[in-house]
Structures are given as C-alpha cells and as structure tokens.
Design a protein around this ligand. Sequence first.
Ligand SMILES: [Zn+2]
Ligand SMILES: [Zn+2]
Length: 138
Amino acid sequence: MVTEPVSIEQCVYFTNRTIGNGKVTAWVYKQKCQKCGKSLMSKPKDTKGKIKIRAKEYICESCGYTIPEDEYEESLNVEIIYECPHCGNKGEAVVPFKRKKVQILDEETGKKSSVEVLRFQCSKCNNNIDITKKMKGV
Ligand SMILES: [Zn+2]
Ligand SMILES: [Zn+2]
C-alpha cells in the first residue's frame, strides 16, 4: 500500500498528471540521514534560507552529511497511484526512482526524440506506463 504525502515538502519529487485516458499521481519521499537519522536529507539552502533547487547534492541539516544527488535519488522509491491509459485499471505501484531514456514520437511534428521517463507496468494489462520528465515551459 502506498501512502499519499500530506505536503510536497515531504517529497523529493511529486507529480500529478493526465496520461492519455489515464491519470497518474507519483511521489518520492525524502529519507532520513543514513548517518545520524535525525533529519531528512534535503537540498542545501543558501544564506537567506532558500533551497538551492539546482544543487547537485543533498545534505543533512543535523550532521552535515552530504550525498551526491544521483546516488541519493537512485536509492529511493517512487510511489504511484494510477489509472491505466491502456485498460482503465486503477492501481498502485512502487518502483525504483530511476529514469530511463526512451524514444518517443511527437505526434505534432512526426519526429522522434529522446526523453527521460519513469516507467512502470500496469498490474492488469502489463503495458508500460511512462511518466516523462517535465520539459522547461511545459
Ligand atoms: Zn545526519
Ligand atoms: Zn492496464
């Protein structure tokens, strides 16, 4: 069973979107520091207390332990609630927070392009459901 977050503050990643005839809500919880277990690992803050979204590492506020972004994110799981765009099945899924590159066809331009997706399978029809990484300005 997945548990929906109360606030996106608890999450490294959160998305809620329509995919074709289906719907997906997906999130990744921040995890506690592996060293001291006191604080949630977060992006560092600047001197004014604003989170540095583009930082390439996560830091523990309690003990200062830092871990590279990629390494940290690959250790996390994505929790998903979905309505399958292929068969309409409603379900839940938990998969590693690892994006893979896939080729997609842009229906407007007819061109193929490479995008990063979080891919999981519908538990009923076994078709792939892809959550594409959001592009700038979309
Ligand atoms: Zn710590
Ligand atoms: Zn399905």
